[in-house]
Design a protein around this ligand. Structure first.
Ligand SMILES: *Cc1c(COP(=O)(O)O)cnc(C)c1O
Length: 369
């Protein structure tokens, strides 16, 4: 906090903001607790590490770092256009998909506007809306799932953006294609639909909509994808949006130049072609989800079915307390208190031995019975 004596001219909508609280880094835990061999199952990262092809491409690019990156991200955009069978003009690259969220808010929101946000969902939606001085209208989930019909009822004539996260973070649930299509038909003109598919690569449910199918419809749909999760490149900060070229043109008007660096561009391009790594990641996730679900059943803990690489566990007591106990055992998870679930933790799927560490730690700290 700054001393009051500065009389900083902080607007009210900024003054009241609380910074985003990320998952605790392993290094921070080990520094603070003086322990070693900790594991992190808190931020839905890829436990296999980064895509090997991505790393090799990045290393080969290091001697070119004295140059500014290609502002248009030509090679990555072309590779993505090919991957999704869309025009390159339909793609916007971001410093993480988080940056695309900020561009959307910057481009489409002004003070007095509203954005409709499911709750609980990804906490960044609220932040970007409030950074823009606009207001959030929150809509509760129905049976742990985003309810597109309920989102519609919250859209008024001040609404400019509506967010859907599919699969939803933190519940892992998906909406149906039918519900999404009905929702789209009823979206009033002047409202942009943001469909966040950060976990799209993990989805198995054939009834879940595939966002790219909708970017050429008669409603503006922006699909967000990231290299941070399935491709293992969270540390590089690279994500992208697929959208009608008219929407992309507006985002380019508010995009900082050179927002995606050379390492991120080359590593993401190579990672996109690393199908063996992606398949291995999907396999590991599926097996890990099954193993953890079985272990939770054995421990008598309630858990929720998920289409992502994480899941919610009802620990039946203070999630903050369980979080602290797990930390002391070198296991970082996420307490869901800030998401409105004071008794739930969210756990990312790790390597088999990491999942076992979590189970053993839970066995030790949870009351028997
Ligand atoms: C992790 C995550 C993102 C984004 O990540 P970037 O690292 O900024 O690409 C976006 N949306 C959801 C729901 C996420 O969980």
């Amino acid at each position: 906090m700054c001393p009051d004596s500065f009389s900083l001219p902080v607007p009210e909508h900024i003054r009241s903001l609380k910074p985003y609280v990320p998952g605790k880094p392993i290094e921070a835990l080990e520094r603070e607790y003086g322990i070693r061999d900790s594991i992190k199952l808190a931020s839905n990262e890829n436990p296999l590490g980064p895509s090997p092809l991505g790393v090799a491409a990045l290393q080969a690019a290091l001697n070119g770092l004295h140059r500014y990156p290609d502002d248009g991200g030509h090679h990555l955009t072309a590779a993505l256009a090919d991957r999704w069978s869309v025009d390159p003009a339909a793609i916007v690259l971001g410093n993480g998909s988080d940056e695309i969220l900020t561009l959307l808010a910057r481009a489409f929101l002004r003070p007095g506007d509203t954005a409709v946000i499911p709750r609980p969902s990804f906490l960044m939606y609220e932040l970007v809306v409030r950074w823009a001085g606009a207001e959030c209208v929150f809509v509760p989930l129905k049976e742990m799932t985003i309810d597109p019909a309920a989102l519609l009822t919250a859209i008024d004539d001040r609404c400019r953006l509506v967010f859907l996260c599919n699969p939803n973070n933190p519940t892992g649930t998906v909406i149906t294609r039918e519900a999404f299509e009905t929702f789209l038909q009823k979206i009033p003109p002047g409202v942009v639909v943001v469909l966040d598919e950060a976990y799209g690569e993990f989805v198995c449910d054939p009834d879940s909509p595939n966002g790219v199918d909708y970017i050429h419809g008669d409603r503006p749909v922006v699909v967000l994808r990231t290299f941070s999760k399935a491709f293992g490149l969270a540390g590089l900060r690279i994500g992208y949006g697929l959208m009608p070229p008219e929407v992309a043109a507006v985002l380019h008007q508010v995009r900082p130049p050179f927002n995606v660096g050379i390492p991120a561009q080359v590593a993401a391009t190579a990672a996109l072609g690393d199908t063996a790594f992606l398949e291995k990641t999907r396999q590991l996730t599926r097996t890990g989800l099954d193993d953890l679900a079985r272990a939770m059943d054995r421990l008598g803990l309630r858990w929720f079915p998920t289409e992502a690489n994480f899941f919610l566990i009802d620990v039946g007591m203070s999630a903050d307390a369980v979080y602290d106990w797990l930390l002391a055992k070198g296991v970082i998870v996420r307490a869901m208190t800030a998401y409105g679930y004071p008794n739930y933790i969210r756990v990312s799927i790790g390597l088999p031995e990491e999942n076992m560490r979590l189970i053993r730690a839970l066995e030790q700290i949870l009351p028997k019975g």
